[in-house]
Design a protein around this ligand. Structure first.
Ligand code: PMP
Length: 410
């Protein structure tokens, strides 16, 4: 049982309408939260109310609805600032998601100030969205991409990381929580060591924000990227946090409306932060939904979520390891929310299909992290990923469904 000092917060699952349905004649067991989370009624209502009463474009109208939309949009920026403890709301840029936020840094910071031969460090367990943008610039600018190796548990080999740091290192771009393995990286120490070597640090927080307390000032990262949709908010909205001084010095990423002060054919001047990086009409309802999601999560409390999920992960790990022939891929000491596994003689996609037929939703494949799959010598894993609304009953249903699938496939 969950120890008495850990609150069972799974009762909040009542707030998520999509969780209360049958799939293939079975109650849905949703364990694909690493890909995207379900939305609480509070978020659905916030978006719907905005469209019903306050919808208008932001930052340009003198009329009442435009004022209301702008006020809510800018209030959402403050909600995000507080959530990640940024020093100023000028440091919060709304993007389409993590991928968009990372590309913003790649195209603005890197293109404008890195030179051929400069080095960018990533880890072996990055998501493709924290690999490919750097590879594009490797080809275009002659940057060199260096890769921190991991051990067989899926942990950063710290000495190897330190060896990669050198005067040419300009950027460390590193995940906080691996979506393929569940490993948490020793972020604070890595940031300090990268800074000591003169490099900037971008953190891919896509997986982490829903599971751990994020304090960008305590971390002292230069950039932090995350997506709303993995944090119980709508799709198509995300955040780039960047230190004021850096964002101020960097050139814009995209040109268009909103990001300018004056446009003239004799020369254009750019808007102030954060608007300089928000060209075009933003995802206004998405931003308002993101603020609603953060308020919802804050009411439960990330520390409570973290404790509860830690217990649930421990339980799930024990239960899965009891299945004959099942191997966990990713056994780091410091782990959160993700269980990636393989079963001898069974392909992950067959397993995923048979689980779906029993109402259990997991993800199978390379999880957009092909290099780490290659490292473990597999082309795919099955991945169950947790949110605070999951329960021990969900884990029991997963195990039962796996046992049934195995008996059918073997
Ligand atoms: N990084 C990590 C670690 C992720 O898990 C994901 C999403 N799977 C991303 C980046 C990309 O996020 P998005 O698709 O929302 O841009």
């Amino acid at each position: 049982q969950i120890p008495a000092n850990v609150a069972d917060i799974s009762s909040y699952r009542a707030d998520f309408p999509a969780l209360h349905q049958q799939v293939s004649g079975h109650p849905l067991v949703y364990l694909d939260n690493g890909a995207s989370t379900q939305k609480p009624q509070a978020v659905i209502d916030a978006v719907s109310e905005f469209y019903q009463h306050d919808y208008s474009n932001v930052h340009r109208g003198i009329h009442t609805l435009s004022q209301r939309a702008t006020d809510q949009f800018e209030a959402a920026r403050e909600t995000v600032r507080e959530f990640i403890n940024a020093g100023s709301d000028k440091e919060i840029i709304f993007t389409r998601g993590t991928t968009d936020a990372i590309n913003l840094v790649a195209h603005s910071l890197v293109r404008s100030s890195f030179q051929a031969g400069d080095e960018v460090i990533v880890s072996m367990m990055e998501h493709h969205s924290n690999i490919v943008p750097w590879q594009i610039l490797e080809q275009e600018l002659g940057l060199k991409l260096r890769v921190i190796p991991i051990n067989e548990h899926g942990e950063i080999i710290y000495d190897e990381f330190l060896k990669l740091l050198n005067p040419k290192t300009k950027l460390l771009a590193i995940t906080q929580l691996s979506n393929a393995l569940g490993s948490l990286t020793p972020l604070k120490q890595m940031i300090a060591d990268a800074h000591a070597a003169g490099a900037k640090v971008l953190v891919d927080g896509a997986q982490a924000v829903a599971h751990t307390v994020v304090d960008v000032q305590a971390l002292d990262c230069d950039f932090y990227a995350f997506s709303g949709h993995k944090l119980f908010a709508p799709t198509g909205v995300g955040v780039l946090y960047g230190k004021h001084q850096l964002l101020d010095a960097m050139p814009p990423y995209q040109g268009g409306g909103e990001m300018i002060k004056v446009v003239s054919f004799s020369g254009t001047t750019y808007n102030e932060l954060p608007h300089k990086y928000e060209a075009g009409t933003p995802n206004i309802a998405g931003v308002i939904g993101l603020a609603a999601a953060i308020k919802y999560v804050n009411a439960i409390g990330i520390p409570a979520i973290q404790d509860y999920e830690h217990q649930l992960l421990g339980y799930a790990t024990e239960q899965l390891l009891a299945i004959d022939g099942l191997h966990l891929i990713g056994t780091a000491q410091d782990k959160a929310s993700i269980l990636s596994f393989q079963i001898d003689g069974i392909h992950a996609s067959d397993l995923g299909t048979l689980l779906d037929q029993q109402g259990v939703a997991i993800r199978v494949g390379h999880h957009c992290a092909m290099p780490v799959m290659e490292f473990f010598g597999v082309d795919a894993t099955a991945r169950a990923s947790l949110a605070f609304y999951n329960t021990r009953d969900d884990i029991d249903a997963l195990v039962k469904a796996i046992n049934k699938a195995v008996s059918m496939l073997k």
